[in-house]
Design a protein. Structure first.
Length: 451
């Protein structure tokens, strides 16, 4: 008995230490078993308490009256599958007649408390089937990306969602995106993760960083073109527009619109072109869009109009030419001048980090997802990197990017420097850097090393 008591005490101590220091390990070793038992034992009563049951059918009531049996209880949705994951559980249920997937979404917070889970989200799989995705611990407290994330063509993992899934930035599905947030909210870390994820792919990175390049210049070895001031940005955007027009001319030549050409061989964008003809896709990262829109003189106003016009043209026409925009800024509203709201309307993806006022959150989500505005203003200051991500369909989710130091991001960019493609139209803006391994004096391009 003494040995058994000591063993149980030791196991309990290990479980408590894991739950405190390594919640992911605790979940895999202990938490998942406790959660499965708890959900199966409480399922019927929880469904009834949350109003997710339906009264018995008429024929069952009639049969009970005819046979003199007690009136049958209300029926809960039938469990189709209960599957554990590395961050929680996935419960798939079959709806009863008269139930709706919205009922489960509205009751998600009550289900979270009843099942003692960290988070519960509901989504409809198909007609009559709803999936409840539960997380067993706070996955956004210490973000740990899975080692084997599914990387596709122009699809890269950049953050972790609050439901335990990986958040992917899919450029072919959402070509252009807006990223807003206050100072120290995590925008730069999000951008670093994006560059680090895109670095191993066959893609050209083009950057505009009007803070003299302090954010993007350390990663310059992986950039095909880089502009570090508004004048250079204006010329760079003009060159991108000219390159876009050349790509459209190539697509037009290769469409082969003859009567005997199969439909599958007719193309209207670069992705249906043969591999040897397909231009390299381009991702344009703008670090602080307000610096491009502000002006203090007539000459600067002309430059500003030229820049915004080019950005609007790229956002409207660039997708088919393989040009994708990632616009970052602290605020992105009409006070930045004409053309800004037109540009924002073309940015399908929206990511909002912590903001200082509700108006800034409305700039990102006010026109597509009012519920996300409240979630954005509730982001805590002690969790940099936490954001609300959504798109023009109105759907949104909380995410958090893993902390990536500038030193590590530079190492990733340098290790994939050989993948940096050359685009003749952008040669004038290619960063000039000393060879790797040789000492060089610090400059606006190399930037001082960060420990």
């Amino acid at each position: 008995m003494t040995a058994l008591t000591v063993t149980l005490a030791l196991v309990a101590t290990v479980a408590l230490l894991l739950r405190w220091q390594r919640p992911a390990w605790y979940w895999i070793s202990f938490g998942v078993v406790f959660a499965v038992v708890r959900i199966l034992a409480r399922y019927a009563s929880v469904m009834d308490a949350c109003g997710l049951t339906v009264p018995p059918s008429r024929w069952r009531l009639a049969l009970a009256r005819m046979t003199g049996r007690p009136i049958p209880d209300s029926r809960a949705p039938r469990i189709l599958r209960l599957r554990p994951t590395r961050t929680g559980l996935v419960l798939r249920v079959k709806l009863r007649p008269g139930q709706d997937a919205f009922d489960f979404s509205a009751a998600s917070d009550r289900l979270r408390h009843s099942f003692v889970m960290q988070n519960v989200t509901a989504r409809e799989i198909r007609s009559g089937v709803v999936e409840l995705r539960m997380t067993g611990y706070d996955v956004l407290k210490r973000v740990q990306m899975p080692a084997a994330a599914r990387v596709g063509v122009m699809r890269v993992p950049v953050a972790m969602r609050e439901d335990g899934e990986v958040y992917y930035r899919d450029y072919r599905q959402t070509p252009h995106a807006l990223n807003v947030g206050a100072t120290q909210s995590g925008k730069s870390v999000y951008q670093r993760n994006l560059v680090a994820a895109l670095a191993p792919l066959d893609v050209a990175l083009v950057g505009i960083d009007c803070k003299q390049g302090v954010e993007l210049a350390p990663l310059a070895r992986r950039f095909t073109a880089l502009g570090d001031n508004p004048d250079a940005a204006a010329d760079l955007l003009d060159a991108l527009v000219e390159h876009m027009e050349e790509v459209y001319q190539l697509i037009r030549r290769e469409q082969r619109l003859s009567a005997d050409t199969p439909d599958a061989e007719i193309t209207a964008d670069i992705w249906d072109l043969p591999d040897h003809l397909r231009p390299t896709p381009i991702v344009l990262l703008v670090d602080e869009v307000a610096e491009l829109a502000l002006f203090a003189s007539k000459d600067e106003e002309k430059r500003r109009d030229r820049i915004i016009t080019s950005l609007v043209r790229l956002s409207q026409l660039g997708r088919a030419a393989g040009i994708y925009l990632e616009i970052c800024g602290q605020r992105f509203g009409s006070e930045l001048g004409k053309g800004i709201t037109m540009l924002r309307a073309q940015l399908t993806g929206r990511t909002a980090h912590r903001v200082n006022d509700e108006t800034s959150a409305n700039m990102a989500f006010g026109d597509i997802a009012p519920d996300a505005v409240l979630a954005t203003v509730q982001i805590r200051t002690d969790r940099p990197g936490t954001a609300v991500a959504g798109d023009s369909s109105g759907g949104w989710v909380r995410i958090r990017t893993p902390h990536l130091t500038l030193r590590r991001a530079v190492n990733i960019a340098n290790s994939h420097a050989h993948r940096t493609p050359e685009i003749p139209a952008l040669d004038a803006f290619r960063p000039v850097l000393p060879p790797l391994g040789k000492a060089a004096a610090p400059s606006t391009v190399t930037a001082p090393a960060i420990a």
